[in-house]
Design a protein around this ligand. Structure first.
Ligand SMILES: C[S@@+](CC[C@H](N)C(=O)[O-])C[C@H]1O[C@@H](n2cnc3c(N)ncnc32)[C@H](O)[C@@H]1O
Length: 255
């Protein structure tokens, strides 16, 4: 397995371990995958009911891990409240013009003691900024001719239209959690395998890469991170007895 792919596998395994620990006391899980696409990245070993929602009928047709399929928009779909133990939000927030609406929807649909896992690109990375400000046709071109995916953009296959709103930045997600009585149980930034492969191909490694990272940080006053292009985070809705006081500073929330 290529080193770059191993990094993603390691990140998924780390998040999976936290998830397994958090869900260990539950023998049955009601799971919702928002923007489920054609596949699921996480292993659910418990008895479960998997509900998947996606805006694309074609993506839903390709997905064979679900018990129930919903075609709909996660920004406006009315989910039953407090009804899911686990909500998976994997690589979808970046494709929404109003991700904050989808996040609120997920928060309401989550049971007490339930978990939301989010995987997202880092808007404030070089890759994030380039992706945000380049047109969709360029993304399709890059997937086909740089990453070798011949069917990119055909019949609702990736890449999907991207908005990368600042409301999905790491800081905004932590703020969202604090404002909506969710605790941040886990947060892990990492570099995308695609970027690593590209860097290695064009010899952007070692001192040269270190210089690019430092210059980026310097020129943007620390706002843009060249390396950490993605993150995975796990949020939890406390039970009534364990509500987070609303004036609790972010630094003291477990991360
Ligand atoms: C990059 S794919 C990720 C799919 C899957 N979660 C995964 O990990 O492979 C993004 C998915 O979000 C879906 N999507 C985009 N906008 C959506 C919306 N407003 N409501 C529901 N799904 C949406 C797309 O159709 C696509 O299947």
């Amino acid at each position: 397995m290529k080193d770059s792919v191993k990094i993603l596998q390691t990140e998924i395994s780390k998040a999976q371990k936290i998830l397994d620990k958090e869900l260990a006391n539950k023998s049955y899980l009601k799971v919702l995958e928002v923007g489920c696409g054609s596949c699921s990245r996480l292993q659910i070993t418990q008895n479960r009911n998997m509900v998947g929602i996606d805006i694309s009928e074609k993506q839903l047709q390709r997905n064979n891990t679900l018990n129930e399929k919903i075609q709909g928009d996660i920004q406006s779909y009315s989910f039953p409240q407090s009804s899911f133990d686990l909500i998976v939000c994997w690589w979808v927030l970046e494709h929404l013009p109003q991700p904050e609406k989808a996040l609120l929807n997920c928060q309401k649909a989550l049971k007490e003691d339930g978990i939301i896992i989010i995987a997202s690109p880092n808007v404030f990375s070089l890759k994030g900024i380039i992706t945000k400000y380049t047109p969709h046709w360029f993304h399709v071109w890059a997937y086909r001719f740089i990453f070798g995916q011949q069917l990119a953009g055909v019949e609702d296959r990736a890449p999907f239209r991207t908005y990368l709103k600042s409301s999905i930045s790491a800081a905004s997600i932590k703020k969202f959690a604090q404002d909506n009585e969710l605790s941040v149980e886990y947060f892990s930034p990492y570099e995308s395998p695609k970027q690593i492969r590209l860097r290695k191909k064009y010899f952007l490694t070692g001192f040269l890469w270190w210089s690019i990272k430092s210059i980026t940080r310097l020129l943007t006053l620390g706002k843009i991170d060249a390396e950490n292009t993605e993150y995975i985070t796990i949020l939890k809705k406390p039970t009534q007895q364990h509500k987070i006081p609303s004036d609790k500073p972010l630094e003291t929330v477990a991360v």
